[in-house]
Design a protein around this ligand. Structure first.
Ligand SMILES: Nc1nc2c(ncn2[C@@H]2O[C@H](COP(=O)(O)OP(=O)(O)OP(=O)(O)O)[C@@H](O)[C@H]2O)c(=O)[nH]1
Length: 503
């Protein structure tokens, strides 16, 4: 979801905390200080915090950025130029800092508007971030800042090389601040996504390892700093973007403070080269880890999306299978089990009856003169009649009785645990219920139908279902012969009567 338009009122409650954080980050940058003989802090964190403030607060954040810059800048500049000059310079410098943050914020929002998506979620967003958000705003404002400091005699070296040096450092220092601190906004914006459980012990190993390696590299053996890379990598893999941003910010502040105090692997010769080497280390490490963190997020999102797609398709497939199964076992017109399904159920019931030695009967039902219904009122009314009869059968029979459509206007019922005498009663009840069933026609008329039934019981000598069905069919034939609308039991047939299929 694309989410940067939160209401102004709810965003404004962050105004004061952000102002305080910006002032504190300014004092931290001043405190960790500049290299000897230089006036530019190695990392100007307020430049990044300022962008975060504008991203969170929108335009009202400009006032906060300007105020925070004043509160940090005036006391520092006053030590070099005196309070009178510091005021004027501070006001202008604060305006330039606000402009820099605004340019970075605009670049961020332009990307979001163009792509209709939250910025800094995809690894490919990083190119725009490194160039338009980190580099261009620093490059645009640094010449004016340098000019301002030069006119106010606040530069340590006013020669051309001194001014160029100062300009280069200013750009790198501000870029580093934006590069390291601005992703904190992404942690805040996407706070619901990280799902990092706050278990202090789990978070202890990167803190301990980074602390140990930094202490070793800065105080005992500088090349040990190389060990920091795999630990930062592991922290990023394990703790994703939040782990990476926090670890890199802490590492950058500690290393640059140590370098300013002449400690660590970067302290060698020309301060400009020290500065550049330190920045190279911070930039290359941060850029690599940012790419890794966002690539991980992308892979995770794709996996979640893929999993939900697979789940949705599995569900659709299960539904389709269910439907297919239903189509394969159900008669479409009446919703009753079709012949194959009924035969399967009947075979099961026969098996149970044999195993438990209980009686079982079947009932073959045929509607009387159904052709006349079709011929007189049309096929549609015939269909309605078949449906109505099926409903009547369902309502009249027990749930344990299996009812099905044999085909055409013929239905079958298997009655488990039912003797022939009981089956006759069921058949009679059904015959009366069907005779009472009617389908309404236009003009207040309605059509009724009767039914004939043949009933047979399972015998030990029956080889298969067909034997049973043949006797029921034979009884049904006689029901038709005797005048229809009646029930005939297999025991009522003449002894020498051969089974014959009724037409
Ligand atoms: N509307 C409709 N008619 C069907 C369907 N299946 C079969 N029929 C019709 O059912 C009628 C069955 O006719 P016959 O076999 O002569 O049986 P009958 O008219 O009921 O006569 P008796 O069984 O001898 O009482 C035929 O007209 C078939 O076309 C169906 O699904 N819908």
């Amino acid at each position: 979801m694309f989410t940067f338009h939160s209401p102004l009122r709810s965003r404004l409650r962050y105004f004061l905390p952000l102002l305080v954080i910006q002032v504190l980050s300014g004092w931290l940058s001043v405190g960790t200080g500049a290299l000897p003989g230089e006036s530019v802090a190695t990392i100007w964190l307020p430049s990044g915090v300022g962008v975060v403030a504008l991203l969170v607060l929108g335009q009202p954040g400009l006032l906060g950025v300007w105020l925070a810059s004043l509160l940090v800048g005036i006391p520092v500049t006053a030590q070099i130029t005196g309070l009178g000059m510091a005021w004027r310079m501070g006001l202008a410098a604060a305006a330039l800092e606000a402009l820099q943050a605004w340019l970075a914020m605009r670049a961020w929002r332009v990307h979001e508007t163009r792509h209709h998506a939250n910025f800094l979620r995809q690894p490919q967003d990083l190119i725009w971030f490194w160039f338009w958000v980190c580099t261009v705003p620093a490059l645009v404002t640094a010449p004016f800042m340098t000019l301002l400091q030069w006119t106010c005699h606040a530069l340590p070296d006013s020669s051309i090389t001194g001014v160029a040096r100062h300009f280069l450092m200013l750009v790198l220092s501000n870029m580093a601040g934006i590069l390291l601190a601005t992703p904190v906004y992404v942690l805040w914006r996407d706070r619901g996504r990280w799902d990092l459980r706050c278990n202090a012990l789990r978070h202890l190993w990167p803190v301990a390892l980074i602390g140990l390696i930094l202490a070793g590299a800065l105080l005992i053996y500088p090349p040990a700093l190389a060990l920091l890379l795999p630990v930062l990598l592991a922290t990023t893999v394990r703790f994703r973007l939040p782990g990476m941003v926090v670890a890199m910010l802490a590492t950058a502040v500690i290393i640059s403070a140590a370098t300013v105090f002449h400690i660590g692997p970067f302290v060698h010769g020309d301060p400009l080269m020290v500065f550049v080497n330190l920045q190279l280390f911070l930039f290359s490490t941060t850029i690599m880890l940012q790419y890794l963190a966002l690539a991980q997020e992308l892979i995770k999102r794709h996996r979640v999306q893929l999993e939900s797609e697979v789940a949705a398709r599995t569900e659709a497939l299960a539904q389709a299978n269910e439907r297919l199964k239903e189509l394969a076992t159900t008669d479409e017109l009446t919703g009753a089990p079709n012949r194959r399904e009924w035969q399967r159920r009947c075979a099961q019931a026969v098996l149970m009856a044999r195993r438990q030695d209980t009686p079982l009967s079947i009932l073959l039902l045929d509607l009387d003169h159904f052709k006349m219904v079709n011929d007189t009122h049309g096929h549609l009314v015939g269909d309605l009649m078949l449906r109505a009869v099926a409903n009547t059968c369902r309502e009249t029979l027990r749930a344990s009785d299996s009812f099905g459509r044999w085909g055409g206007e013929e239905f079958v019922v298997v009655l488990p645990d039912t003797s022939l005498a009981d089956a006759e009663q069921v058949a009679e009840k059904l015959r009366i219920a069907i005779a009472a069933t009617h389908v309404p026609l236009d003009g207040g008329l309605y059509v009724r139908i009767t039914s004939s039934m043949g009933v047979a019981r399972l015998r030990p000598s029956d080889n298969d279902l067909d034997d049973l069905l043949t006797r029921a069919d034979h009884a049904l034939y006689h029901a038709k012969e005797y005048g229809r609308n009646r029930v005939v039991l297999e025991t009522e047939l003449p002894a020498n009567d051969l089974p014959a299929k009724h037409g």
